[in-house]
Ligand binder design. Structure first.
Ligand code: R5P
Length: 324
């Protein structure tokens, strides 16, 4: 058994942190995470953490119901980390079910930032000495940290669900070239062929689909991606696939950022079901429609237990060819 384990959270996904604690059969750490008049983030840890192995669960995302945006989420994470460090925690792990700011991970145009690196620096500077994250936008983000990063994958949770749907004549779709490796890993576990959507991104809001590489005519398809923001990429890919003769169209998109028109676009699209993780909480108006959230709490809880005990984490998904 490792050092005394404690889990804390801010206001972006308290239900997920609570679910993790329920699985670990422990209480969620007591902390006030609120706002000073004027809007600055106020934190106080209300229990002794001296010498403890602290895990702070905080996706960097919006939670509309809690009035939290990604910038608030990041500040809550940093300030909680600072508080735990100053209270003599032995080690602090930032548990980031969704690592926001990750899409800007390289300088692909002049005078743009690399926010994925900036945020990594901030998390380290605040005092985190380990990171546990899930389905990062790109694997190289691990290298932006000079501390250990455990990168988890939700593939087994989604594959188990898809297998239960018993879809015949299935083709797995990568919606862009960057997603091919992950889509191929799904295809192998599902025993299905792979097809690729040839997408070009012109800006944060505008994409264009040029072609579909592979045969989807008369097939059921499942589109695999790491995140959905405005829903443009997904719904456009779905309608092109339908035009090419695809029958039932489902999608597995891990992180439901669901910005702006995303939910309406999905509800009005040809997609039958969008399956997501609860890394980001779904807004109330997304419930009871086409979006189904699966819990990643079991994999996060088991990883926290293993890290605390110095056990291997990677063999949790040794069956899936998601890396290499
Ligand atoms: C792109 O690299 C990502 O994997 C997503 O496909 C993209 O960010 C989704 O954005 P949107 O939903 O706004 O089209």
């Amino acid at each position: 058994m490792g050092y005394d384990l404690k889990v804390f959270t801010g206001n972006t996904n308290r239900p997920l942190a609570q679910e993790i604690c329920n699985i670990l059969d422990m209480e969620l750490g007591q902390a006030v995470v609120g706002r000073f008049p004027g809007g600055e983030t106020q934190v106080q840890i209300d229990e002794n953490v001296r010498g403890c192995d602290i895990f702070i669960v905080q996706p960097i995302c919006t939670n509309e119901e809690e009035g939290v945006n990604p910038n608030d989420a990041l500040m809550e994470l940093l300030i909680l980390t600072d508080a735990a460090r100053r209270a003599s925690a032995r080690r602090i792990t930032a548990v980031l079910p969704y690592y926001g700011y990750a899409r800007q991970d390289r300088k692909d145009r002049p005078r743009v930032p690399i926010t994925a690196k900036l945020v990594a620096n901030m998390i380290y500077t605040a005092g985190a000495r380990r990171v546990l994250s899930l389905d990062l936008h790109s694997n190289q983000i691990q290298g932006f940290f000079d501390i250990p990063v455990d990168h988890l994958y939700s593939i087994n949770i989604f594959v188990e669900y898809l297998l239960k749907k018993k879809m015949e004549n299935l083709v797995v779709i990568s919606p862009d070239e960057g997603g091919i490796k992950m889509a191929r890993a799904y295809a192998e576990l599902l025993g299905a062929p792979l097809a690729i959507v040839d997408k070009r991104r012109w800006s944060g809001q505008k994409t264009e689909i040029l072609n579909v590489i592979g045969d989807v005519k008369g097939k059921n398809v499942v589109i695999i991606d790491d995140l959905i923001s405005t829903g443009g990429s997904l719904t456009e890919a779905a309608s092109v696939l339908r035009d090419k003769g695809a029958l039932e169209i489902n999608a597995v998109i891990v992180h439901p950022v669901l910005a702006g028109p995303a939910i309406d676009r999905i509800e009005n699209s040809v997609i039958s079901e969008l399956i997501v993780a609860n890394s980001i909480p779904l807004p109330k108006h997304a419930l009871n429609g086409k979006i189904k959230a699966l819990s990643i709490a079991p994999i996060l809880a088991e990883s926290i237990r293993r890290i605390n005990n110095d056990e291997s984490v990677s063999n949790l998904f040794a069956n899936a060819k998601v890396e290499g």
